[in-house]
Design a protein. Sequence first.
Lengths: 181, 167
Amino acid sequence: MMKGLKIPKVTFRVREGDVVLEQGCSFEEGKWADKSTDDYFKGKRVVLFSLPGAFTPTCTSTQLPGFEENYDKIKGMGIDEIYCCSVNDTFVMNAWAEVLKIKNVKVIPDGSGNFTRFMGMLIGKNHVGFGNRSWRYMAVINDGVVEAWWQEPGINNDGSDADPYVESTPENMMTYLAQNK
Amino acid sequence: MTVPYTNFKTREGDEWREVDTVDIFENKKVVVFAVPGAFTPTCSTKHLPGYEENYDELKALGIDEVYCVSVNDAFVMNAWAKDTKTEKVKMLPDGSGVFTQGMGMLINKDHVGFGMRSWRYSMYVDNGEIVKVFEEPGKNNAGDDDNPFGVSDAGTMVKYLKGLNAG
């Protein structure tokens, strides 16, 4: 059971303020910033969902847009922020958010996989040439402690899954939050 | 030295397609250039567009294909190609880092939260045999570099191939 787990201390390297000048590809305006898990989680009740990769089908068509669409509703249920984490770097995460026109959900780039590994969710996805990525899960995290946890069934390293997406949905999150404001 | 055997998982339309180094290099003259990451500054603004612009000239110099390799997955590489309007250069997604490791070019870029990536280089490969490598100076794991980009550019490759053809 993940409930009650204190999330690990990790620092993420994040690009802020990059301006798209042409073809989505000029970043000279931006700068690097260090963001720690304290910055994201301390003193807040947040929703975190994590997925196998930016620009991949289910995450792109359903999961991230689903949380974005329901952002106001979820915020109204006692949640301060919604975070989308993936083992991708900050440039890729920002580009993906921009392509999907994400304005509300915030992306957390775990390119080194440290956060995901400490959460016990780092899996091998070499069967699709991905390297190590995150198994799909979501959580309510209250002041850095896991309050509620959902993860897709059948976590594995060998690709013996069809990338299930039945547990970590915005609908399940809202059902829980409606009863646990 | 020959290129390390690798089976790349690429996406074409909505389908997976496996392309291995035999498909790519056998009986072909190929230019490969490697970048630290899709959607990152130097690669996006100079490296990739430079090869795209010089693609026709490289073809005229006897090159069959030009490939851009990066330790990113097929979805990210395709999204990047679309974003940069890359139509001629082909993307090689080395998300598992197998090819890059075999090349001796896999470096740690945790200082920017990237995990393991490729050092920046370009090379000319004839029938799987690595004929020439242009590797940026100062390869390291610690991030004590400013991401040099001086020798792996398309212009240097064009010049080299011209010399080769003249010789």
